[in-house]
Design a protein around this ligand. Structure first.
Ligand SMILES: Cc1cc2nc3c(=O)[nH]c(=O)nc-3n(C[C@H](O)[C@H](O)[C@H](O)COP(=O)(O)O)c2cc1C
Length: 364
């Protein structure tokens, strides 16, 4: 696995922070990018309805910092004219890459012809891709699921068509729309896409360990790998993956560093959003991040019941100090994999927020 290019943009290392509505906002992306090992970051999906109607929240979702480059903006929608407007706006704000969402399973998005709804209407997708291609000069990429349902898997045909339209990178999440987040991603289909096209292809689905990522990459032979939920549980996963690729011992953060990453995130949130929203964000990250830590479940309970920033900060300090001194916390239990409800999907952000669209509607 080696760096690859999307036109003249180096994706180095070939590891991508997968877009997640309500998660991969300006704050989270920088937190992850600063840990190292990330070759590309992508915005949350941004509604072109919101953008073309001048919704300030949608425009705000495009915001990024120079330290994030290369940076891709992902848009979603079903109307070609509005998709073109959204794509032009992304180019105007200085994004390096424009990505089209062809995977969101949320009923509201699909009903309007966007997200994975486009898998059912390849002609509409073709029009969208061709029209966008004419309107922008930055590279156009596509993030796609394997098909709408198990009986209509069409990702290979979609990928070939996209290549013909001038798409310069395809990212495949190896699940169908109907699968949602159930079961495991099908990396065999991802391999088939890689074989079928000559543009770069990146694979995505369930990479939470270096071993699994390397195994799936070897099987599918993709150019890159996207990691989504794994980054919330382990913000160092990209650095560790990059270490493994370079033949180095994967980096292991100590307790002090784990504590400081939570504090850094919280400080960034407090500086960039209202306190109540920052609290929600903090609880969201801490909820994932402390999976697998001793007493993590009990620590999360204390966080969920914290009502102010100071309370949260105190609880973080107490938790890590206790761990450092006695190597245990609360009941001392380390919960098993998957023992807790997994993080929500883009669904949650289409009801009140994303269609309109807020940067993380925080209805976690
Ligand atoms: C909370 C959440 C929000 C998501 N939002 C988006 C999105 O806005 N755009 C997108 O293309 N995929 C979105 N996804 C899908 C992820 O990018 C990724 O394809 C999927 O989670 C599988 O990768 P993972 O197993 O590494 O998480 C979302 C997933 C989650 C869990």
């Amino acid at each position: 696995m080696k760096p690859f290019k999307i036109r003249n943009i180096d994706i180095d290392p070939p590891l991508i922070l997968s877009p997640m509505a309500g998660v991969t906002d300006y704050t989270f992306r920088r937190l992850i990018k600063r840990r190292g090992g990330v070759g590309l970051v992508v915005s949350e999906f941004i509604s072109v309805e919101g953008l073309s109607r001048g919704n300030p929240k949608s425009k705000r979702q495009m915001r990024f910092d120079e330290e994030e480059r290369p940076y891709a903006v992902q848009i979603f929608g079903g109307q070609p004219e509005r998709m073109v407007i959204g794509a032009e706006m992304a180019e105007e704000v200085g994004a390096d890459i424009l990505d089209v969402n062809c995977g969101c399973p949320a009923p509201k998005v699909v009903k309007n012809g966007g997200g994975s709804g486009l898998l059912k209407d390849p002609e509409r997708l073709e029009t969208i891709l061709k029209d966008i291609k004419k309107a922008i000069t930055i590279p156009l990429t596509l993030k796609v699921r394997t098909g709408f349902s198990e009986s209509t898997i069409n990702v290979v045909d979609i990928a070939k068509m996209a290549e013909q339209c001038g798409v310069e990178h395809i990212q495949v999440h190896g699940r169908t729309r109907d699968q949602g987040y159930k079961g495991l991603a099908n990396w065999e289909l991802i391999r088939q896409v890689k074989e079928a096209v000559s543009i770069p292809v990146s694979g995505n689905g369930d990479v939470t360990t270096i071993e699994y990522g390397l195994k799936k990459w070897r099987e599918a032979g993709t150019d890159g790998i996207l990691i989504g939920r794994g980054a919330m549980q382990n913000p160092w996963i990209f650095r560790q993956f990059a270490d493994a690729l370079a033949g180095r011992e994967p980096y292991t953060p100590d307790l002090e560093e784990k504590k400081s990453v939570l504090l850094e995130f919280f400080e960034m949130c407090r500086g960039e959003m209202p306190e109540l929203v920052a609290l929600g964000k903090m609880k969201q990250l801490a909820g994932q991040f402390t999976k697998g830590l001793v007493g993590g479940a009990q620590f999360r309970q204390t966080l969920y019941h914290s009502h102010s920033a100071d309370e949260i900060l105190d609880n973080i300090t107490i938790y890590f100090e206790t761990l450092k001194q006695s190597d245990t916390f609360g009941d001392g239990v380390v919960e098993a994999e998957g023992s807790e409800e997994s993080v929500m999907s883009c669904d949650a952000f289409t009801t009140a927020g994303a269609l309109g669209a807020t940067s993380g509607a925080h209805q976690t």
